[in-house]
Write a protein that binds this ligand. Structure first.
Ligand SMILES: Nc1nc2c(ncn2[C@@H]2O[C@H](COP(=O)(O)OP(=O)(O)OP(=O)(O)O)[C@@H](O)[C@H]2O)c(=O)[nH]1
Ligand SMILES: [Mg+2]
Length: 396
């Protein structure tokens, strides 16, 4: 699972990345701090299966029944309007988002950066403009991929030397887009029955926008919410799901937690001071600011944004593969050793493939460990399932 952080320059993408992955990377109040993408591991959190089954286990990714599941996070260079024509750093950077299944569009909701990412007075720039232009640049990027070869391709399709779905899917294969996704969009937009040589620029644009929406869905992180005088502006963003965030506050809390000053579980709406720790007046002031942020937006929003991208936007489910169907453990006796993120609709065989290609190849059947029933390769899995795969080929 890969999540890309996308957005205008200087909105807090790298601060979000740094907080979520606990990896220090350069940040700064000016555009284009990031040029090469930062790649790291963040975590989504969910109730662990140990809670449902009331079993105790001791693994680092389960904290009192809350399971943290790793996801790859990519912090992409910022963009400015006209990126598809080479403005700013151009749209080369979007290549870094190619394999992301979902994107978090980080917006400076406080309006303290202009459209070029330069610092301005809080509230003097309308963040809705950013929401629009970033999506537009993204769509333009998709359009260019198809447009540059459309004349040639549409003729080939008509002469039947290339199939419509295959021909289009091939152009987008570098973005991880599959044939069936192209087929679905063609059907949905009614373009399956229209001759490709008769598609006008509106048809191309409708097709590409829909394809982008379906294959690279976006969640909005309304960042720098701590600076906002009025959060009502968030309600004006209509098309996507929006989560108010303060990446800076999350970063501060993660650092304070790492240095042993506070106890803080990412995603929670509070923190506590560790006992017998002396707090300097500077630290106290910073922690007071954190409390005001909590009272304003409840949590820092970073964990919520990651979770929402994975579970609400992508509708991912969590499945626990085990090797012993009674004890719910692996060969080494580790209980619920692994939690896999799967797209909704995944089958028992899909789960096998996430463990190892050979296990899927030798797939015999699986066992639903809750019901102890045997299930077949095509059986659709549900969120929270605990599954044993029986295969002719075992790992290692
Ligand atoms: N008040 C406040 N400031 C923030 C927040 N997040 C980031 N910042 C500040 O915003 C500035 C830009 O942050 P970066 O993380 O470098 O932004 P970016 O989007 O990665 O910028 P580019 O790489 O240049 O595109 C820095 O000065 C951060 O300290 C936030 O939630 N609240
Ligand atoms: Mg950056």
């Amino acid at each position: 699972m890969q999540i890309g952080l996308l957005g205008k320059a200087n909105v807090g993408k790298s601060t979000f990345f740094s907080a979520a992955t606990e990896t220090p990377v350069p940040t700064g109040n000016f555009p284009f701090t990031t040029i090469e993408p930062n790649v790291g591991v963040a975590y989504v959190k969910t109730d662990c299966a140990c809670k449902n089954f009331d079993i105790k286990h001791d693994i680092p990714l389960c904290v009192n029944g809350t399971r943290f599941i790793p996801v790859k996070l990519i912090d992409i260079a910022g963009l400015v309007p006209g990126a598809h024509e080479g403005k700013g750093l151009g749209n080369q950077f979007l290549d870094d988002a190619r394999q992301a299944e979902v994107l978090i569009h980080v917006v400076d909701i406080s309006g303290s950066t202009d459209i070029q990412g330069q610092p301005v007075q809080i509230g003097s720039h309308d963040p809705l403009e950013d929401v629009e232009f970033v999506i537009d640049e993204f769509d333009q990027w998709f359009t260019q991929i198809l447009e540059r070869e459309w004349q040639k391709l549409s003729k080939e399709i008509e002469q039947k030397t290339v199939k419509l779905v295959d021909g289009i899917a091939k152009r987008f294969s570098g973005l991880g887009i599959k044939d069936y996704e192209v087929q679905e969009v063609l059907q949905h937009t009614g373009l399956l029955t229209k001759k490709p040589t008769e598609w006008d620029s509106n048809d191309l644009s409708t097709f590409v926008k829909e394809l982008r929406k379906n294959t690279k869905p976006i969640l909005i992180a309304a960042n720098k919410a701590d600076l906002c005088k009025d959060l009502k502006i968030i309600e004006k963003i209509k098309d996507e799901k929006v989560i108010p965030c303060s990446a800076e506050t999350e970063l501060l809390l993660r650092k304070a937690s790492k240095s042993g000053l506070v106890e803080y579980i990412p995603g929670s709406n509070n923190f506590s001071l560790k006992e017998n720790i002396e707090v300097s007046s500077q630290q106290k002031n910073a922690l007071d600011v954190v409390k005001t942020v909590f009272s304003k937006i409840e949590t820092t929003g970073i964990q919520k944004a990651l979770n929402s991208a994975v579970f609400d936007v992508l509708k991912t489910i969590v499945v626990y593969p085990v090797e012993d169907e009674s004890k719910f453990c692996n060969k080494d006796g580790v209980v619920f050793p692994d939690a896999k993120l799967l797209v909704d609709g995944s089958t028992a065989k899909d789960l096998a493939a996430t463990i190892h290609a050979d296990i899927a190849k030798g797939f015999l059947h699986a066992i639903d460990c809750k019901t102890k029933q045997r299930i077949g390769a095509d059986h659709k899995l549900k969120n929270g399932d605990v599954i044993k795969i029986v295969s002719t080929l075992s790992r290692g």
